[in-house]
Ligand binder design. Structure first.
Ligand code: FAD
Ligand code: NAD
Length: 458
């Protein structure tokens, strides 16, 4: 049977655009549908506009610190509308680039929603389109917690519609999105409260980072409310009141729910194509990203494996190479570096100490120090933390974790070393770049402690 396309991609976000573009450059006849915005979450309501806001927040802090270096700086008021206009122009520029990339590669783009009719047939904006192979790359969406009045709160997408900084912002959640926006808005002039259910923020991150983070957040004026569960949200005149389990309540001008994201599988009519989902609503896939239908694959956030842009693009690229480039390969989910753009930021790669000790004993090298810059500024809560988790048996670096200025930038290079299987001795014989904070990663001479000895003895 002749199909309209060799490959049809549903979703024009990070993963979908990469898969479509690479498949087309391999000579496949490719169609791709995007219902909302080319570039998807990352370009439009994620990484890119978020990072611009992180940069804006940093400028405020740099202005505050400048006096310590002899500058006479008067910090004027911050104008969110002005930043928003410039930020949105940059997002629009990137949208255009995404469109051109697809066209340039020879893919056919549809500004439309696509849903399944059967395993080879899609409804694309009311048009029937057939394809031999299909990739589902529909991403995820922010979810609202199930509590009365939740519709009064913002989701992360709504943050990018704000034209002024709320005086008091209440953030619910303590994951990536909650903490990044908490730091951004506190630096832009809001009083930020963060309400979260656990004892420490950033579940899943290394314990030493999690324990050091509250001090850094509180030092900039963010008020943390650990072990706290929201019960209901009400409007009280011109402000909002979040009632908490146990009877207390908090008031704010705006509330941001950053309580997680859900895979975009709703309304795709997956059953008609024989595509099954997990209990949590993600598309079920095997190690090759193939779904339960043999001609259909799924990539990126819709699979809810590791919801990061570079992961979605790496998987999309590998899949296109495998299916159309005669280069079968898989993108690895191991040792994926990641950063949380808090203030100061967090960078991490590899295993946490808790995960590493499951496999055997480890040596921990940990340092906390004040960078030269902050010795000068005297800014509180800016102590850098660096940590290496080293396998006692192989001496390989299993994990590297950092909280401190430039952690995201530094961790990219450390990530290469960890992916290559570098040992502690490889780090030790690497000459530092002086004077930097990063050089501490290669001068950690004294073991702080051992861990996981018990596991080895059992
Ligand atoms: C606030 C925020 C900040 C983030 N910051 C970072 C960061 O700093 N670094 C990082 O690595 N990651 C970050 N992420 C995560 C990152 O954005 C995602 O992991 C990434 O965008 C996933 O790519 P994707 O292709 O799977 O999905 P998406 O980028 O979400 O793309 C899916 C696309 O499919 C479209 N679509 C859905 N259904 C259909 C349909 N039926 N028909 C047609 N089109 C459809 C959607 O409109 C969307 O454009 C952030 C996310 C958020 C929300
Ligand atoms: N810098 C980055 O790379 C970056 C930035 C933003 C987002 N992301 C990606 O997007 C994903 C989603 O981010 P996120 O912050 O929305 O999710 P998350 O899973 O990281 O955090 C969700 C938070 O909400 C809490 N929570 C969940 N349900 C709740 C409820 N009913 N009441 C109160 N609290 C509740 C959780 O305990 C957790 O603290 C991340 O896991 C990450 O993969 C990455």
């Amino acid at each position: 049977m002749a199909y309209d396309f060799d490959l049809f991609v549903i979703g024009g976000g990070s993963g979908g655009v990469r898969a479509a573009r690479i498949a087309a450059t391999h000579g496949a006849r490719v169609g791709i549908a995007e219902e909302r915005f080319w570039g998807g979450t990352c370009v439009n309501v994620g990484c890119v506009p978020k990072k611009i806001m992180v940069n804006a927040a940093e400028y405020g802090l740099w202005a505050d610190d400048a006096a310590a270096f002899g500058w006479e700086v008067t910090k004027g008021p911050f104008d969110l509308a002005r930043l928003a206009a410039r930020r949105d122009a940059e997002v629009a520029r990137l949208n255009g680039i995404y469109g051109r990339l697809l066209g340039g590669a020879g893919a056919t783009s549809f500004d439309a929603r696509a849903t399944f009719i059967d395993a080879h047939t899609l409804d694309v904006g009311g048009k029937r389109v057939t394809a031999e192979r299909i990739i589902i790359a529909t991403g995820g969406r922010a979810t609202r917690p199930d509590l009365p009045g939740a519709e009064l709160g913002m989701l992360s997408d709504d943050v990018f519609d704000l034209q002024s900084v709320p005086k008091r912002l209440l953030v619910v959640g303590a994951g990536y999105i909650a903490l990044e926006f908490a730091c951004v808005f506190q630096a832009l002039g809001a009083q930020v409260d963060v309400v979260f259910r656990g004892a420490l923020p950033l579940r899943g991150f290394d314990q030493d980072i999690r324990e050091a983070l509250p001090e850094a957040l509180e030092a900039q004026g963010i008020r943390l409310h650990p072990n706290t569960t929201p019960a209901r949200l009400d409007r009280q005149g011109d402000h909002l009141r979040l009632s908490l389990l146990g009877g207390a309540s908090l008031e704010a001008d705006a509330v941001l729910f950053a309580t997680g994201r859900a895979p975009n599988t709703r309304g795709l009519n997956l059953a008609a194509a024989g595509v099954e989902c997990t209990a949590l609503g993600a598309v079920e896939i095997d190690d090759d990203h193939r779904t339960t239908a043999p001609n259909i694959w799924a990539i990126g956030d819709v699979t809810d494996k590791l919801n990061l842009t570079p992961m979605a693009t790496a998987v999309g690229h590998a899949l296109a190479d495998t299916l159309f480039g005669n280069m079968p390969r898989r993108a690895s989910y191991e040792n994926v570096p990641t950063a949380v753009f808090t203030s100061p930021p967090i960078g991490t790669v590899g295993l946490t100490e808790a995960d590493a000790v499951i496999h055997g004993p480890v040596d921990i090298y940990l340092t906390r120090f004040n960078t030269m810059r902050h010795v000068m500024t005297g800014r509180p809560g800016r102590k850098t933390l660096m940590k290496l988790v080293v396998c006692q048996r192989s001496r390989k670096i299993l994990g590297a974790h950092m909280l401190g200025e430039d952690a995201a930038e530094i961790m990219q290079g450390i990530g290469i070393a960890v992916v290559m299987g570098a040992t502690k001795e490889d780090f030790d014989r690497t000459i530092g770049i002086h004077p930097t904070a990063a050089e501490e990663f290669v001068t950690l001479r004294t073991r702080t402690r051992q861990a996981g000895l018990q596991a080895a003895a059992e």
